[in-house]
Write a protein of this length. Structure first.
Length: 314
């Protein structure tokens, strides 16, 4: 009998991908850049003494099993995701959307199945190609720190690589989880109908270069400005698709307005959102406490975070 445990951290996409040009291989249209958190994570365990596939907080999850099957087939074509049991939980638990739990879950589950089926210590950029089959964002969560997912033309050319960590930029975050019923998969399909999608692909690709330069240059303010612009651009795409999908909520807008007020008061604070209403506030070590108190004063639960590391077998 073999049993292993792993932990992987959620990530904030600083330059976000939207839409997939190959759903089976989960290949995005352009590069993306993210930073792992330290305050939100997925913990999971795997054992081959029992079967059944993925259980999230004790309940079987068909969606996770379906996604994991592609990962297992890549690692060992003779095996199935239901040949063993994986127990997974997100911490802190909740129904927030746009936090990145699909990325941390995909990273943790990929690392566990690799350990069970392959055994040897993985090369993380190489394994990120496999994690991508679960979720493209999982490939970035797997390698940790500040990472870039390269959108190649095929499976081999689409992988994630860490290019910086907190020693390059000591980014601090305040994360505000907010609930939503919108499925990320639906949003990815919706943006393809926006008349501005092609322009988004070009601008996001250029923004990745600017974002990576700002991170390596320890330029927090430029990172914050670029993430804000990327957020507005991303959500404008969903709103201009055929369904006019609006993912932001009144709470999202309220927090964004408060962040802008804080900045006008001299606080280094910049908002960022993924494919969901939850808000990340990017800030400095010196201002993180001010941002946290301001958000909590509005009545929201918030979590302070630093730059998180790679997925790890415990």
């Amino acid at each position: 009998m073999a049993e292993y445990k792993a932990v992987a951290y959620t990530m904030q996409a600083l330059v976000k991908y939207h839409g997939l040009r190959d759903w089976k291989l989960r290949l995005p249209y352009h590069d993306s850049i993210s930073v792992n958190t330290t305050s939100m994570k997925t913990e999971a365990s795997i054992t081959d003494s029992r079967k059944g596939g993925v259980f999230i907080e004790g309940k079987p999850n068909d969606s996770a099993n379906s996604r994991l099957q592609a990962v297992v087939a890549r690692l060992d074509p003779a095996r199935k995701a239901t040949d063993f049991r994986i127990d997974s939980k997100n911490l802190p638990s909740g129904k927030a959307k746009g936090i990145g739990y699909s990325s941390s879950a995909g990273a943790a589950l990929t690392l566990l199945t690799h350990r069970l089926l392959v055994g040897k210590k993985p090369d993380l950029p190489q394994l990120s190609r496999t994690a991508r089959l679960f979720a493209a964002s999982a490939s970035r969560s797997l390698v940790g720190g500040f990472s870039r997912l390269y959108a190649g033309k095929d499976d081999e050319g689409t992988y994630a690589e860490r290019f910086a960590d907190s020693r390059d930029l000591d980014l601090r975050m305040v994360i505000v989880p907010l609930p939503s019923r919108v499925r990320t998969e639906d949003a990815h399909r919706e943006v393809l109908t926006s008349p501005f999608f092609d322009a988004r692909v070009q601008s996001a690709q250029k923004r990745c270069d600017a974002m990576q330069k700002a991170i390596l240059g320890n330029d927090l303010d430029e990172v914050g400005r670029l993430a804000e612009r990327d957020t507005l651009e991303l959500h404008s795409l969903t709103m201009t698709g055929d369904s006019g999908l609006i993912i932001m909520t009144e709470d999202s807008i309220r927090i964004i307005r408060r962040v802008r007020e804080l900045r006008s008061e001299g606080v280094r604070a910049y908002y960022s959102m993924q494919t969901g209403p939850s808000v990340f506030v990017n800030t400095s070590e010196g201002d993180q406490g001010k941002v946290l108190r301001a958000v909590e004063k509005l009545g929201y639960r918030a979590y302070p975070s630093g730059v998180g590391g790679e997925a790890t077998i415990l």
